[in-house]
Design a protein around this ligand. Structure first.
Ligand code: UDX
Length: 432
């Protein structure tokens, strides 16, 4: 099939590349000409393991194209995906849909015959109705079916999540559009990857409800971890014991720092905001938002306690600063609150992250990026394992630090407290 992906961010680029790898002809469009030039040189502006190889293969086979000419791309496509950002508005919790509606207004000019327009961006319930009004404006015969097809891609695992999804959700009441969408996804619909057709608003809400539930699950186990710390229980036992119940499931039950990323924080707030419009109070999701924000402060205070409130001139090392491994994304990472707080208290902070130096910390004079683990850990007083990159999982801390009396604060519970004690290393974890 001939597809047009509008927006080449985490969603649009990954989906476009993967769709082309299924044999479709895909034009990826972005109004950021610099980004399009980079992509046409085979350079990828996001960190997504494995994406570059698939991109290069499909560009070579002339199935994948990058352009900033929306009109050209629309004319070469039967299905047009809107994959632009829907960030949280500055002064409110609502999703900013200006980019979505800007695209819809342009599409109205360019679309002259039947097309399917798909919202893959995460949009509040009933956004599809608004897009439909723009595209099928009065006096024009209805020539567009507007479909909701939310993505469930995790950063760092996006290709796997695209090719092996638990489900493909398509929101439309149009039999024709549903038939076309089902044939588009046929190559990846298997027994395990279900194709689910529902209403357009249903598909829009499934996305928010899923993300808010996952965020709730994480905040829930994080709060239980707080109780474990006070009651001398190991949270890993609780997660394991709970996860054996198939109704609960063992995934997304790992206690850690606050959840971050571009989705959970944004989508939980947007869901509460949309519910308000429909005069519904989502008290649980509201509490999750508050609990997660508060967690970053709890972690920073825990560091003060670990260092007996003697922070000034203490050498503190962060291993990893991104919101999760296998991504360079810093959005809503706990480090964005913890490092500035510790820096303001006079700590001397070094950090090492496999994805390199972060602009977010450049303004802090006592925060330094180190190119490797040894220079980050040498002679440090406290190592905070912030992100669970694989390369942090088998470290010989004594050889790295080269001094006695250092402390480990393991925010991802990578290491065993028992083994740390056996090695006479002072260790703190989460919920243990
Ligand atoms: C999420 C959803 O998983 C995905 O379906 C949606 O399309 C986009 O948002 P993403 O934000 O990329 O994906 O990462 P995810 O792996 O879900 O992690 C989100 C946050 O939760 C991270 O900060 C991660 O560290 C944290 N997390 C995740 C936990 O703290 N514990 C867990 O068990 C799982």
């Amino acid at each position: 099939m001939r597809l047009c992906m509008i927006g080449t961010g985490y969603v649009g680029l990954v989906s476009g590349v993967c769709f082309s790898d299924l044999g479709n002809t895909v034009h990826c469009v972005d109004n950021d000409k610099k980004k399009i030039n980079l992509l046409n040189q085979g350079k990828i502006p996001i960190h997504e393991p494995g994406l570059d190889e698939i991109l290069k293969r499909n560009v070579k086979q002339k199935r994948l194209f990058f352009t900033s000419d929306l009109k050209l791309a629309v004319n070469k496509a039967d299905i047009i995906f809107i994959c632009v950002g829907t960030p949280t508005k500055k002064k409110s919790n609502s999703a900013d849909l200006k980019y979505v509606f800007q695209v819809a207004k342009k599409l109205r000019k360019y679309i002259k015959k039947y097309r399917i327009v798909v919202t893959k961006s995460t949009v509040p319930v009933s956004t599809g109705d608004k897009i439909e009004k723009i595209l099928n404006s009065k006096g024009r015969k209805k020539i567009v079916d507007v479909v909701s097809n939310p993505e469930f891609l995790r950063e760092g695992e996006a290709i796997r999540d695209f090719v092996y999804p638990d489900r493909v959700v398509v929101g439309t009441n149009s039999k024709k559009a549903n038939r076309i969408m089902k044939s588009l996804y046929l190559p990846i619909i298997k027994k395990k990857s279900r194709y689910f057709n529902t209403s357009r608003k249903g598909a829009e809400l499934v996305k928010y409800a899923s993300n808010a539930f996952l965020a709730t699950k994480i905040s829930y186990i994080n709060e239980i971890a707080n109780l474990c710390e006070k009651s001398g229980v190991d949270i890993k036992d609780i997660s394991f014991g709970m996860g054996l119940d198939q109704r609960i499931g063992d995934r997304f039950l790992r206690a850690g720092p606050a959840y971050g990323g571009s989705c959970f924080p944004k989508d939980t707030k947007a869901l509460v905001d949309v519910a308000k419009i429909f005069k519904t109070d989502l008290s649980i999701v509201k509490t999750v938002i508050k609990s997660n924000e508060n967690r970053k402060k709890i972690l920073a205070n825990r560091v003060y306690k670990i260092l007996n409130n003697k922070i000034k001139n203490k050498n503190i090392t962060f291993l990893g600063v991104t919101f999760k491994p296998n991504t360079d994304d810093m959005r809503e990472a706990s480090s964005l609150l913890m490092i500035p707080r510790l820096s303001k208290k006079g700590a001397k902070i070094r950090y090492y992250d496999p994805t390199g130096k972060k602009k977010e910390f450049e303004k802090f004079t006592n925060v330094k990026f180190c190119k490797d683990l040894s220079s980050a850990c040498l002679k440090t007083d406290l190592i905070i394992i912030h992100t669970e990159w694989n390369e942090f999982k088998f470290l010989n801390f004594k050889r790295l630090v080269k001094k006695k009396n250092f402390i480990i604060y393991d925010l991802r519970n990578i290491y065993s407290p028992i083994k740390m004690n056996q090695n006479k290393i002072k260790y703190f974890g989460i919920g243990r």
